[in-house]
Design a protein around this ligand. Structure first.
Ligand code: ADP
Ligand code: MG
Length: 253
């Protein structure tokens, strides 16, 4: 077998696909530019590492199951002055995940809670931190099914292993007391082990209504809040603003 073909096969066996794709063209470049062997090898290895990193980030983003991709850069902070921009941007440095702290984003619909939660999640994926997104409804359904199949502990362990879990829209749908108990078990297990971002349209003092039980609600809030960053977002819905902007455009044309 010719050396060229042998090298191609060996690179394939090693899974070095980027190098496999570029080594021949880079060899010609190196010849033209009189590049040293070490520099040539470095170009190849560097390209492979960059691709590997990108693949790993894309894999993390796919696995996180975000409903859409929203970035911190596309968030209009001046529109939402109730959020301390500096404090929030500090979260995107992800120190809170290392410290197993939580983030609570509270406020009425349309103020950007989901956007901000996903934006932090994306930063975590960028840093190759395993992240998972679920709505509260999806999570409760999964916990009920796990309980029925006698797999509650496995499910709780699975989510505890994610360094970052996003639970979106807690409070949209009231939660039965028994299901609240399953949720409490998850929150207790994750307490001081791995981070959660929760978004809710209800202030903490109304969480008794979400869980149909003041005692269990207090126990859940207690654990979530102990090491946490709480953002209470006020103000008007961005959706309504966008609608107004469109109406203004239409009426002025
Ligand atoms: P919530 O989860 O609080 O109901 P969302 O995060 O779903 O609100 O926001 C509704 C829509 O408005 C989304 O498309 C979101 O990207 C956008 N949005 C909300 N607030 C802002 C903002 N301050 N800057 C840019 N887009 C925003
Ligand atoms: Mg939302």
């Amino acid at each position: 077998m010719q050396t060229y073909q042998l090298l191609k096969n060996n690179l394939k066996i090693l899974g070095l696909n980027t190098i496999n794709n570029i080594f021949a063209a880079e060899a010609e470049n190196a010849l033209k530019n009189n590049t040293s062997h070490i520099d040539y090898l470095n170009v190849l290895v560097d390209a492979e590492i960059k691709d590997k990193r990108e693949r790993s980030i894309n894999y993390k983003i796919r696995n996180a199951k975000f409903p859409c991709l929203k970035t911190i850069e596309s968030f209009d902070f001046p529109f939402q002055p109730s959020i301390n921009e500096q404090l929030f941007k500090k979260l995107t440095q992800l120190g809170f995940i290392e410290k197993h702290e939580n983030v609570l984003l509270l406020g009425p619909p349309g103020v950007g809670k989901t956007h901000l939660a996903i934006a932090i999640g994306l930063k975590a994926c960028d840093a190759r931190i395993r992240t998972i997104y679920l709505t509260a409804e999806q999570l409760m359904n999964e916990l009920i099914i796990a309980q029925l199949n006698k797999q509650l502990q496995e499910t709780i362990e699975k989510y505890t292993r994610y360094p970052l879990m996003i639970i979106d829209e807690l409070g949209f749908i009231p939660i039965d007391k028994q299901i609240a108990n399953l949720f409490f078990q998850l929150i207790s297990r994750k307490y001081e082990q791995s981070s959660i971002i929760v978004t809710s349209n209800k202030p903490l003092k109304q969480w008794g209504d979400i869980f149909n039980d003041d005692v269990i609600a207090a126990a859940i809030v207690d654990r979530l809040v102990h090491h946490s960053h709480i953002f209470r977002i006020e103000g008007t819905s961005y959706r309504a603003k966008e609608k107004l902007d469109i109406n203004e455009l239409n009426s002025s044309s």
